[in-house]
Write a protein that binds this ligand. Structure first.
Ligand code: DSN
Length: 427
């Protein structure tokens, strides 16, 4: 949403323009700590606001079902070439509207309905589309979940349980193993997954939605060339527009492309694909490596400061852009829901999250997930992470207290004024 876009909306629809202005103001003046969000550049936003939104382009470059796609083809080709260069992939599909559709298309390309798939369960840190019974994925395929190792006092527990995965895989004979998580703070090495998949003759899909930007920046291992298919969203650490993408080798290119279109989707969102091309260009610059390094250092600093303040870190720390807190050591009665709501009123945006073996239900939870991608983009560093940790503790010591929330909101406004992600926008 550029200021130009808001002005244009305002010429015919003041009501919506006011809503857009308010959201821009919310993002600028409060802390955005949702681990799956980021601040895209004005260039990425401008591409999503471009005339490419007008074009129907079912099919793929040079093989479309509509005329007039010569220029759109150039945009989609640019996105495909750039993302292949970024991750060293042979083939890319940049049409998935989201991570959910990227995953569903990958399943369609790799297995048949009813086949057995193994993936991390949602309540252990996996994703809804990794076979949760409430997701279509869990209804079409037979998912067998794996999880993390038990909690250990020395911080060595709550890691992906590869032994459990291997034992279950030998018993269940899955056609596909899915690696990838949504609430997990450790580096995931793709090699042991490949080894286990090979031992049981399964294919391997790695969903890197969360660490995609860290992989692009060279701070996490790249599963491209190891996994058969790699899926991701473009809007998390990768800092692009909302959307998904799929990478694969030449041999699976046709199966993946057919699964996305016509298998799952109709006309691609070419304006979003153009914005993906811009984001991939940005991620190819040397400065993006430095961004990825800073996002991880900031998460480590935030985790260390929160641990000092009495919060338990799930898995004992972090190696990525996330911090997962077990709130019970700080306050046994405090729920993730109450914490999220109170922090929200104090201008600190984050999400409640189940922790492994959480005794509370998903709508309530005992955990809180925090992330550094957005505020790292805004320019915050390790010093600011320590300040944020102290503000979080201040709110949660008196969770729900209006005076405290107001006081912290004021401090948050002061902090955010020094780190405006959209300084260049005049609104
Ligand atoms: N990918 C999820 C998250 O991490 O927030 C949302 O589906």
């Amino acid at each position: 949403m550029s200021s130009w876009a808001i002005d244009q909306v305002g010429t015919i629809d003041e009501e919506l323009a006011a809503i857009l202005k308010n959201e821009l103001s919310r993002q600028r003046t409060t802390l955005q700590l949702i681990a799956s969000e980021n601040f895209t550049s004005p260039a990425v936003m401008a591409a999503t606001a471009s005339v490419l939104t007008n074009k129907y382009a079912e099919g793929y470059p040079s093989k479309r079902y509509y005329g007039g796609n010569r220029i759109v083809d150039e945009a989609e080709d640019l996105a495909r070439q750039r993302v292949c260069a970024l991750f060293g992939a042979e083939h890319a599909n940049v049409q998935p509207h989201s991570g959910a559709s990227a995953n569903l298309a990958a399943y369609m390309a790799l297995v048949n309905p009813g086949d057995t798939i193994m993936a991390m369960s949602l309540d252990q840190g996996g994703h809804l589309t990794h076979g949760s019974p409430v997701s279509i994925t869990g209804k079409i395929y037979r998912f067998v979940p794996y999880g993390v190792t038990p909690y250990s006092k020395d911080g060595s527990g709550e890691r992906i349980d590869l032994e459990q995965l291997r034992d279950l895989a030998k018993k269940e004979n899955p056609k596909l193993i899915v690696a990838g998580t949504t609430a997990y703070t450790r580096i995931i090495d793709p090699l042991p997954f490949r080894q286990i998949a090979d031992e049981v003759g399964a294919k391997l899909l790695f969903d890197v939605a969360h660490p995609a930007g860290l992989i692009a920046g060279g701070v996490h291992p790249n599963p491209v060339g190891i996994a058969d298919v790699v899926t991701f969203t473009t809007h998390k650490t990768l800092r692009g527009p909302r959307g998904g993408a799929i990478l694969t080798g030449a041999e699976l290119a046709k199966a993946v492309d057919s699964a996305v279109f016509p298998g799952l989707q109709g006309g691609p969102l070419e304006h979003v694909i153009a914005a993906k091309a811009v984001a991939f260009f940005e991620a190819l610059q040397p400065s993006f490596k430095e961004y990825a390094e800073r996002a991880v250092l900031n998460a480590k600093a935030l985790a260390a400061a929160l641990s000092e303040l009495g919060f338990r870190l799930v898995s004992g720390g972090t190696e990525n852009h996330q911090v997962l807190l077990d709130l019970r050591t700080f306050d046994a009665e405090l729920t993730g829901k109450a914490a999220q709501d109170s922090l929200d009123r104090a201008g600190i945006t984050c999400n409640r999250n189940q922790i492994p073996n959480d005794p509370r239900p998903p709508f309530v939870t005992s955990g809180l997930r925090l992330g550094t991608p957005a505020e790292t983009t805004a320019g915050m560093g390790q010093e600011e992470m320590a300040v944020i940790a102290s503000l979080i503790a201040k709110v949660l010591r008196r969770c729900g207290d209006e005076e405290t929330e107001k006081e912290v909101l004021h401090e948050v406004h002061e902090l955010c004024a020094q780190f405006d992600p959209y300084r260049s926008l005049s609104v």
